[in-house]
Design a protein around this ligand. Structure first.
Ligand code: PMP
Length: 305
């Protein structure tokens, strides 16, 4: 990923992709103290449009506040950086990775407070859990790793170090021949995927864990809006592992994962064993919104112009 043509926004400048480097004594590389976002732009009839950019930037700033990082740029500058990297790289659709991290000024646990580095990178990236996954659904495993406890790592922060837990869960699932992990919280209830929120459909109602155990996903918020629009009741509640097994439909949401059906969990078929009818409807409406085919949701699109 590092050896390619293009530009990355790095501390306010567009630098050559290959020169967007940092030193091996970079503080965040050692301790994981940083915050980031995952954002997407879609190819719409009016050109590339960034989906819910303002909401992602707000979450980035909230993440920084939670972990105590002072961001040296304004929200407007970060938003503009996204637009600039799409243009500079001539992208039609892309995934963005904004991140704030501590540099290499010193390596003690306490970083130098103003040694904060900020990047925004963008590149073309297709379906995170595969095109086939979007159409047919994926196979998941309940992880042996527990999701974070709110007072150990800060769940509302999309913080770099939190993702060690995600990487171990995802790797374990892959090594077992599954596509993705589902993590339970410290009390044994369903929390989320390694990088996705989870939804369950039972008897026509949509259930999802409350936000005390999962990231406040922006795709999750969008799906809740869509569900209400199509008259599907949304209930936030504790969900048990066996409720997943006997659900009619289960799906993941995320900027990377979009709306991905889950067709099997722990070798048990979920519902009809393929993308179910409500998931299909929500997924279709999601893609209509992000790809600029639903004028009612135009306010979520930032056109790159
Ligand atoms: N949970 C976790 C742990 C994630 O990493 C993500 C991806 N950011 C999500 C949920 C989904 O959030 P969003 O829809 O905002 O991408």
């Amino acid at each position: 990923l590092s050896d390619r043509d293009g530009k990355i926004w790095y501390n306010g400048e567009l630098v050559e992709w290959r020169n967007a480097q940092t030193h091996v004594l970079t503080h965040t590389l050692h301790y994981g103290m940083g915050v980031f976002e995952g954002v997407r732009a879609y190819d719409t009839p009016k050109g590339p449009a960034i989906f819910r950019l303002g909401d992602h930037t707000d979450r980035l700033f909230n993440s920084a506040k939670i972990v105590g990082i002072q961001l040296p740029f304004t929200k407007e500058q970060i938003n503009q950086a996204h637009i600039d990297v799409v243009k500079a790289n001539g992208l039609k659709s892309c995934y963005f990775r904004p991140m704030a991290f501590y540099g290499s000024f010193k390596l003690g646990i306490a970083p130098k407070p103003d040694d904060v580095q900020v990047i925004v990178a963008a590149w073309a990236w297709g379906a995170y859990l595969g095109e086939e996954g979007l159409r047919k659904g994926i196979r998941c495993k309940i992880s042996s790793f527990t999701r974070h406890h709110p007072n150990i790592t800060m769940i509302k922060a999309k913080a770099n170090g939190n993702y060690m837990n995600s990487i171990m869960a995802n790797t374990e699932a892959h090594q077992g021949g599954y596509d993705e992990a589902i993590l339970l919280d410290a009390t044994g209830y369903v929390a989320e995927g390694s990088g996705e929120n989870i939804f369950v459909i039972k008897d026509g109602k949509l259930f999802t864990p409350a936000l005390d155990v999962a990231l406040d996903g922006i795709t999750r918020r969008t799906v809740i809006e869509i569900a209400k629009e199509i008259g599907v009741e949304v209930i936030e509640k504790r969900i048990t592992r066996d409720e997943l097994y006997i659900a009619d439909e289960v799906f993941f949401t995320g900027t990377a994962a979009e709306v991905t059906p889950i067709r099997e969990i722990d070798n048990r078929q979920i519902g009809i064993g393929e993308r179910g009818p409500i998931t299909t409807e929500i997924q279709k409406r999601f893609f209509d919104i992000v790809e600029g085919r639903n004028p009612a949701y135009e306010h979520y699109l930032t056109y790159v112009g």
